[in-house]
Design a protein around this ligand. Structure first.
Ligand code: ADP
Ligand code: MG
Length: 307
């Protein structure tokens, strides 16, 4: 658990973060979101003391971070950033193993860990002996995430890690992050300026503006009750309905036992996907099937669009 308790950061006389109070529960995926300069990176870096806060208290599992030796604190937290920061003259394996090596892990344990992480990030085991420049941007970013996870930290801090990637690679890595979060249950604090990314990944979204917390909530809470016009604009006013559809699945709206004509839609598809399928087909209804192909019922266009 990470707690910000009335935390401020003043640079010279400028408040980059002002009176931030926020609790990130253990195992949460918290997205810090806001426009450029809103204080996202500063908030993140205060957690592992890359930036010292000016006032207030930051606690990790109840411990004041200023009372934890900085090396100990950082070892408990993986850190991944957009610019990746891999060492160019080190192999992928050595890059991933940087922290375990520092901790003096025995060689066999380090090798096993590198292999397990390459597997977790779906990187070819043969990449271990390659150098960063021999990999694509997306592969390098995966190595950056693997390195952040190497010493099995309690917390993962990520600062716009996929910001520089093309949309398809970003989409793939977002899916990987969702899976890694599910599989490891780690507490993740994730900075982004992309609302779709936050809605897709986060269990908790904190919206910052000019160093202040404007709204905190689940994706559904933020979409269904934006705190003010700033949040509404940030989500994209015209897009609100579609975004709400994108966080719900077909399973949530299926009419059980009904039948319909046409190719079935998967129950786990988002309602947004289902809407575009129905519109493209010009159909009022479509059959819905479970992952194993069992028919579940039908989906009605009327339930997705307000008349
Ligand atoms: P974000 O990550 O949301 O884009 P930052 O947290 O990096 O924003 O920065 C918040 C504000 O603090 C910005 O106005 C930025 O210019 C200012 N700032 C950040 N770092 C420093 C610094 N080292 N010295 C002075 N001002 C800074
Ligand atoms: Mg930033």
């Amino acid at each position: 658990m990470i707690e910000f308790d009335h935390v401020s950061k003043i640079f010279d006389s400028y408040a980059a973060v002002e009176d931030l109070t926020l609790t990130i529960p253990k195992g949460a995926f918290c997205a810090l979101i806001g426009s450029s300069g809103s204080g996202k990176s500063t908030s993140l870096k205060m957690i592992n003391r890359l930036i010292p806060h000016t006032s207030g208290t930051i606690r990790v599992n109840g411990e004041d971070v200023t009372q934890i030796p900085v090396e100990t604190l950082r070892r408990r937290m993986g850190y991944a950033i957009q610019s990746i920061g891999l060492f160019p003259h080190w192999t992928v394996a050595r890059n991933i193993a940087a922290v375990p090596a520092l901790l003096g892990w025995p060689k066999q344990k380090v090798d096993d860990r590198v292999r397990a992480l390459l597997d977790l990030l779906q990187l070819d085991p043969r990449f271990a002996e390659k150098y960063p420049h021999q990999l694509s941007g997306g592969q390098q970013q995966r190595v950056g995430v693997a390195r952040a996870l190497a010493a099995d930290p309690e917390v993962l801090l990520m600062d716009e890690p996929f910001g520089a990637l093309d949309p398809i690679t970003r989409d793939t890595l977002q899916a990987e992050m969702a899976r890694i979060h599910r599989e490891t249950g780690k507490t993740i604090v994730f900075v982004t300026h992309d609302m779709d990314e936050a809605l897709r990944l986060a269990s908790q979204i904190a919206i910052l503006d000019h160093g202040r917390l404007i709204q905190l909530g689940t994706p559904r809470e933020i979409l269904s009750a934006p705190a003010n016009d700033f949040v509404r604009d940030f989500i994209g006013r015209d897009d609100l309905g579609l975004k709400l559809l994108s966080i719900e699945t077909v399973a949530q709206r299926v009419h059980p036992g009904e039948t319909a004509e046409g190719a079935p839609i998967a129950a786990e598809a988002s309602l947004r996907t289902a809407l575009s399928i129905l519109v493209a087909r010009g159909a009022e209804r479509a059959p819905v099937t479970a992952a194993d192909g069992q028919p579940l019922g039908a989906l009605h266009l009327d339930d997705l669009v307000r008349k």
